[in-house]
Design a protein around this ligand. Structure first.
Ligand SMILES: [Zn+2]
Length: 499
């Protein structure tokens, strides 16, 4: 039969994974540079040990000049087939973009979790990241790259990242680096995790002190500053605007127990920041990290506010210094932001931050459309209410439009004319739409990241269970080979080119 086929000049026969395909020689030449176009012109029968379903679509691409993705094949597998047969991605029909790129995005997302897992596995095993082999890496090859034919055609983001050692340029077995990991990487060891929780506890205590500091219940008569009653009152008289809060601040001190706790927290933060900085492997880039900058700034403001607390005479006569003191004291509350270091332990928090980072464009769109809306409706309501006394300036009318668009509606300003009501209705409806759309996009990103995260953990648990079962089987029946036959040999899955 083969001999009979080869006598037909223009017909070429393919046997792919047990299925026979026939086509004209001219059809193969329609895609320049493809594998089928570059086949030996003297041969008429070709054999591929590959998937026939994918080949049907590859042949379709040669016949009609476009590729449709088969629904019974994983899109990533089909991409591999396309790369093997040299079909360019530009031929993928728009109706099938969704299948390919949605799956590619999912794989990209999973790569983030695999990378994180690889990093933590490396900490746990105390081996070099290139030597450790955490869950999921098998799929991408030991060097972190996807096993795909044609290395130059790797999907984006699959290139191997620099290792931890290359990144920080220090040996991880040095004592200083160990301290750095202990302070900076809560996932590096159980002790580091415990330390992170303790740090969070101190932050909460410190912030609680800042919340209570001007509460009458915890203020006692002055004992820190040594001002006499006369000079104190005399200086207060000099000041024009002294409200009750300032008077309470100048006239009283925090309860001694609060003051002691505050000093202890401050000492802790100073020491922690100092050790954190001095053990940092790359001291110059330390200051480029916003988290580190915030840490240092907060230590400085904490010292300043404590000095002002003790030495009231420093700011007593100056309104600017007093406001600076209030500013420093308020800044201390920003310490709560440092709790976000927990994202290094909790994936949920990490996913939230990732979703925000991925949605920067949507959030920028939200802010931009809000600004445009505020200006337009602000000017419209100002024009509509020009004859009434309600909106005195355009700034006030813009404040009204912002409050209306965000559906807060304080009711301090409101339209009074028919035209004003009309603008109000349009403004409120527009606000709901403008706010809802980008926020839905952010929520969608978060949802997708979270689902992939669940997939990853499900897979990780399944692999762990399987491995544990295999080791138990190996221990109990070391002579039996039955357990080993259930293990999937990686080499069996490798695609063989038998052409
Ligand atoms: Zn299609």
């Amino acid at each position: 039969m083969v001999a009979w086929l080869s006598t037909m000049d223009e017909t070429v026969t393919f046997e792919v994974g047990g299925t026979v395909f026939k086509t004209k020689r001219a059809t193969l030449n329609t895609i320049e540079g493809s594998l089928l176009a570059s086949l030996d012109k003297r041969k008429y029968v070709f054999y591929f040990d590959r998937d026939p379903t994918a080949f049907r679509h590859i042949l379709y691409a040669h016949r009609y000049g476009r590729v449709h993705v088969p629904k019974d094949i994983c899109p990533i597998q089909f991409l591999e087939e396309m790369m093997y047969y040299g079909i360019p991605k530009r031929l993928i029909a728009p109706c099938c973009w969704k299948f390919i790129y949605e799956t590619e995005n999912d794989v990209d997302t999973l790569k983030i979790f695999v990378d994180r897992n690889a990093k933590f596995a490396h900490f746990k095993n105390q081996v070099h990241p290139n030597e450790s082999k955490p869950i999921g890496v098998d799929m991408f090859g030991s060097d972190g790259e996807l096993n795909i034919i044609g290395e130059d055609k790797l999907p984006r983001g699959w290139q191997a990242k620099p290792t931890e050692k290359e990144e920080c340029g220090a040996c991880e077995h040095e004592p200083a680096h160990k301290v750095w990991l202990f302070l900076d990487e809560p996932a590096s060891s159980p002790a580091a995790k415990l330390w992170c929780f303790f740090y969070t506890f101190v932050v909460i205590v410190s912030v609680t002190m800042d919340i209570l500091w001007l509460d009458e219940a915890v203020r006692v008569p002055r004992y820190l500053s040594k001002l006499t009653e006369e000079t104190h009152n005399a200086s207060l008289v000099l000041r024009e605007e002294v409200n009750e809060k300032v008077f309470l601040l100048l006239d009283t001190d925090p309860h001694v127990s609060l003051f002691v706790i505050d000093i202890l927290c401050m000492t802790y933060f100073i020491l922690e920041t100092f050790v954190h900085f001095s053990t940092c492997p790359r001291k110059l880039t330390y200051f480029f990290n916003p988290y580190h900058l915030l840490k240092i700034t907060l230590v400085i403001t904490m010292i300043i506010s404590t000095i002002f607390e003790v030495r009231k005479d420093l700011y007593r006569d100056s309104l600017v210094l007093e406001q600076f003191y209030f500013f420093c004291k308020t800044m201390n509350v920003l310490r709560l932001l440092l709790i976000f270091r927990l994202y290094k332990i909790y994936d949920g928090l990490n996913i939230l931050l990732l979703a925000l980072r991925y949605s920067v464009k949507e959030l920028a769109l939200l802010v931009l459309s809000l600004i445009i809306g505020v200006i337009i409706y602000g000017c419209l309501i100002f024009a509509a209410e020009i004859k009434t006394e309600m909106f005195a300036t355009t700034q006030i009318s813009m404040w009204w439009s912002l409050i209306t668009m965000t559906t807060v509606g304080y009711g301090d300003f409101y339209p009074t004319s028919a035209l004003g009501y009309t603008v109000g209705v349009v403004c409120a409806v527009n606000g709901v739409i403008v706010l809802a759309l980008p926020i839905a996009a952010v929520a969608g990103t978060f949802n997708n990241l979270y689902s992939r995260h669940l997939d990853f953990h499900k897979h990780k648990d399944a692999v762990r269970k399987e491995e544990r079962k295999n080791t138990i089987d190996d221990d109990t029946e070391s002579c039996s080979t039955s357990s080993k036959s259930t293990m999937i040999n990686k080499n069996d899955l490798k695609i063989k080119d038998l052409q």
